[in-house]
Design a binder for this molecule. Sequence first.
Ligand code: AHG
Ligand code: MN
Ligand code: MN
Length: 311
Amino acid sequence: MESLAKAIASLGPNGARCADAIAAIAEACVSIDRSLRTAPIRGVLGTTGETNVQGEAQQKLDRIADERIVQALAQVSSVAAIGSEERKTLETLHPDGELIVLCDPLDGSSNLDVAGSVGTIFLIQSRRGQGEVREEEALQPGVQALAAGYLLYGTALILTLSVGAAVHAFTYDPEQNRFVHTHKAIRIPDRGGYYSVNEANAPKWLDQMAERLARMKQQTGLGLRYVGAMVADVHRTLLKGGIFLYPPDTKNPNGKLRLMYEAIPMAMLVEAAGGAAYTRTGRILEVQPEALHQRVPVYLGSKSAVEALLD
Ligand code: AHG
Ligand code: MN
Ligand code: MN
């Protein structure tokens, strides 16, 4: 993935610092993609029988994806530590490294059994300390992050990223075993697109969200698309416009999505593409994290749609 690293290095102010780590993640994801495509044949669908730190059933592929990414980043000397949705604590890799990587190794895992789209999400932060990495070091607001991105395992394997400037996407070409720069400086359309939410939860939503959504739908006339994998839903929102939301409800008073592994990286991409990304209290990127596995309500997408919902 040398040519991918070279391309990433020139895509923004933090490109040179993050290129090797992102290329390593992308390479791990090529191997995850292969495992996903043959999962029903090789018997790696289903759960491990364990629950992760979030209290959610861990799928075999959640663990496989997590291990592949950690192994890949262990080869990159600039990566001090990795935190993952599937791991309770940060894992120190290189005590002298200058980066912390946070990731959701497999997003949308309820789609695995039905060959639906899933993804991998990552966030890269600058590390200031030295030695064993402490959890507090990773509790940085999103405005300080260096880079964010995701890989979408859909009909194509697509890497979308920002290294502190515009959002770019690369499509994997399996015949040449390389990522090709296919989407340059993505801008989220301000009109059109879709609204994307698990609307079955509407009766349980807090903050008058059912009324707000009804009003937004009437104002914008948007149609509905919901994959149930944030990566796939956000990818569509970035390219086609509209809004993706996961509001708080009586069962999940802080929403379901994780601040460090899902909300911040996606907010960074959406803002860099000219969109808006809010939680209850303001911009997602300005939230001061209090815990690695914390959850937050998420409202992101085209500015006009997000404003129509939250104003
Ligand atoms: P994960 O598979 O990493 O736990 O994430 C699932 C998340 C996210 O991808 C998606 O947007 C959301 O859960 C879907 O939740 P519902 O099934 O409640 O709609
Ligand atoms: Mn997820
Ligand atoms: Mn996950």
